[in-house]
Design a binder for this molecule. Structure first.
Ligand code: BDP
Length: 670
């Protein structure tokens, strides 16, 4: 019996997953071979898409005859064949003799194969296509929701969430809207995502209880996500045994603590047999962790890994560990160094089912950071790379900032220099994004931020894909049949939007300069005299952080030789990262030929002009975009342009006053 295809609440954008798109293609006869719940899902999808105009779906067990009894051909053949060596999630696609065929070794692959057909649309049913094999680059493609169960007085329902409330929780309890969660699972599966962590990494009182007495609420979410091959993960508090059951310690080597976790995990798997595992933020920004007991992070992670191992679960241990109480008068410690300092010496000590989850840059999701040196320093550890789709520091979904090019650069970066593995190849533990989705009718708070979610999923599947091709794919699926003017307009406003954002915000990799707390809008000195370790060191002579080994914090030496040399020297350091690695005088001449100060002035003027131009382009698309979507984006552009001007004016005035160097083009008045 095919499962029903999820029904979206009224007004919710179906986003880019119109399996219904198969309907107008006239797929009249489909054969599905295989069994199990995911094959039922595929069956339900196809039956719903094709059934309403009289198309017929025939279901057979694996190995059943391929030919139709009446001798007529099938338009579409979707089959599981264990004999194929395509891995759990891979599939083969081809077209021959008028039949489009998807063959998978397992049901997950069949689901992804179906969505492949849907993405191709009419092209999947035209001409012969020689067999192609598709497999995900990594087995774990995950979204971490920073969703709070109870509304946090400062962070709200979703920490750093800019898409309304949580899809999962409202006012302290599960929303219980299974159909919507199921629809979300469908949306994620359509872009290849297969794991979701359903609560915030900062695990507070109510969230801690999800592990025990509130487990049923998590099981409800897992049930709704399961039909689309999504495994559910939970963020847990390292001190849970103390908080929940009054144990005197959370020491990872204490037998009582280990027994407590083993019992907790046993109960989780009794309720959720395909549970994915835990996400842990420990010894970070006030969260408890193994340091309190003089234990290493490998001790902490391995304790949880041991509890999860009998059930096939994984612990995702975050490498975001740093001292957030630095004294600004004695800024000897460099926050950028922290993850490498803490974790690189532990390479080889983590259990096989422990994944070290590393933010893509050494600081915190800034618009421009170098790739974290941890990603090249731990070959004997399963690493996952974490990016941030929610755009905390990149416009909070009020600004258009398509992050595809940034993520692509990170995933392709070769940590050893030209040879050696790419970050994507090193990230054997998976590719993870902090989710940008909430209960907003558009899923993401900015309708064009859907492109980030789509791009994340597709790059996690295939990290070497050209992000611009992925963007085009999203455009084609989200605006089916878009006339050239619309597609061109969307490309124009999205493709360069990350660089535009970079131009009007913190320059040359220096980072931060945001308003403290909420992190939106300019605050050039916002964090300069606080304890968070995020400084730009601007004075009357120059700006930037000396992270060289020769005279600075030594961070540059955390890279493999090839990169350490590039970053160590002012001459070879790439312009866009110059102020991340070096403190230079304002008159320093960049490779571009401009001085640093003139670069700052010019890019800030250009960035605003580009934002204004994007707003103009979008305004001109009003006749081609559905009104609600057009209006929402237009409204966000008003804010983007206002905020970009504010950034320009504050950053330029600040540097004009600090440096006393006039703008070469005479636009700024001292
Ligand atoms: C920072 C966020 C904070 C998160 C933290 C993390 O500001 O809300 O808790 O990252 O990743 O970017 O744990």
């Amino acid at each position: 019996m095919p499962l029903p295809v999820p029904v979206l609440p009224e007004g919710v954008d179906p986003a880019w997953l119109p399996v219904e798109a198969l309907r107008p293609l006239g797929v009249r006869r489909t054969l599905i071979r295989g069994s199990g719940p995911l094959v039922d899902t595929v069956h339900g999808e196809v039956a719903d898409a094709c059934g309403r105009f009289g198309g017929k779906v025939v279901r057979g067990e694996e190995g059943a005859a391929r030919g139709a009894p009446d001798g007529a051909r099938y338009d579409l053949l979707l089959e599981v064949s264990a004999a194929e060596g395509l891995g759990a999630e891979g599939f083969a696609f081809g077209r021959d003799g008028g039949t489009t065929t998807v063959t998978a070794s397992g049901p997950h692959g069949l689901l992804y194969g179906l969505f492949h057909v849907v993405r191709l649309g009419a092209a999947a049913f035209a001409g012969p296509v020689a067999r192609e094999e598709h497999r995900p680059a990594t087995a774990l493609r995950m979204l971490d929701h920073w969703d709070n169960v109870s509304v946090h007085p400062v962070m709200g329902q979703v920490e750093r969430g800019y898409a309304g409330g949580s899809l999962f929780w409202r006012d302290g309890r599960a929303r219980g809207e299974a159909e919507r969660v199921r629809a979300y699972g469908r949306l994620l599966a359509a872009v290849g995502i297969n794991a979701v962590a359903v609560n915030n990494v900062n695990v507070r009182e109510a969230e801690t209880r999800l592990l025990t007495e509130r487990l049923g609420e998590v099981a409800g979410l897992a049930e709704a996500l399961r039909p689309y091959g999504i495994r559910t993960h939970l963020s847990v508090n390292f001190a849970a045994p103390m908080l929940l059951d009054g144990l005197p310690t959370a020491d990872p080597l204490d037998t009582g603590v280990r027994a407590w976790w083993a019992g907790a995990v046993r109960r989780v798997y009794a309720a959720i047999p395909d549970f994915g595992g835990f996400v842990v933020k420990a010894d970070s920004e006030g969260e408890p962790g193994p340091f309190a007991y003089g234990r290493s992070h490998a001790d902490g992670a391995n304790m949880l890994a041991a509890a999860l191992a009998p059930y096939g679960g994984t612990v995702h241990w975050r490498a975001f560990v740093y001292d957030h109480r630095q004294d600004w008068r004695d800024r000897g410690t460099d926050r950028a160094r922290a993850a490498h300092d803490h974790f690189a010496p532990l390479d080889g000590e983590f259990a096989g089912n422990a994944v070290l989850q590393v933010k893509h840059g050494p600081m915190d999701f800034q618009v421009r950071e170098p790739v974290s040196p941890v990603l090249g320093a731990m070959p004997r550890t399963r690493l996952a790379v974490e990016v941030q789709a929610t755009q905390e520091y990149t416009g909070q979904q009020r600004h258009v900032c398509w992050l595809g090019p940034m993520w692509s650069e990170v995933l392709r970066f070769r940590t050893d220099g030209a040879a050696g593995p790419s970050v994507a190849e090193s990230a054997r533990g998976g590719i993870v994004a902090v989710s940008n989705v909430g209960d907003d009718p558009f899923w993401t708070g900015h309708p064009l931020a859907q492109a980030n979610l789509h791009t994340f999923g597709r790059l996690a599947w295939r990290p070497d894909a050209d992000p611009c091709d992925v963007l085009d794919e999203w455009i084609g699926l989200t605006f089916p049949g878009a006339p050239a003017r619309l597609a061109d307009g969307l490309r124009a406003v999205l493709r360069g939007s990350w660089r535009t954002y970079e131009k009007y915000t913190a320059p040359l990799g220096v980072g931060f300069m945001v308003q403290p707390g909420h992190h939106y809008g300019p605050g050039v000195d916002g964090y300069e005299y606080s304890r968070w370790g995020t400084y730009h060191f601007a004075d009357r002579d120059g700006v930037g952080v000396d992270r060289s080994a020769a005279t600075g914090t030594g961070y540059a030496a955390q890279y493999a030789k090839a990169w350490a040399e590039v970053y160590e020297s002012v001459d070879s350091c790439p312009d866009e990262l110059l102020l991340f690695f070096h403190h230079v005088p304002y008159g320093h001449v960049l490779h571009s030929g401009k001085t640093v100060i003139q670069h700052i002035y010019d890019t800030h003027f250009e960035g605003v002009e580009e934002a204004e131009e994007a707003r103009r382009v979008w305004a001109g698309l009003g006749d081609l975009v559905e009104p609600a979507r057009h209006a929402r984006v237009a409204e966000r552009y008003e804010e983007q342009v206002r905020c970009a001007r504010e950034w320009r004016d504050q950053v330029n005035s600040y540097f004009l006053r600090k440096s006393g160097v006039p703008d070469g083009q005479g636009r700024l008045i001292h």
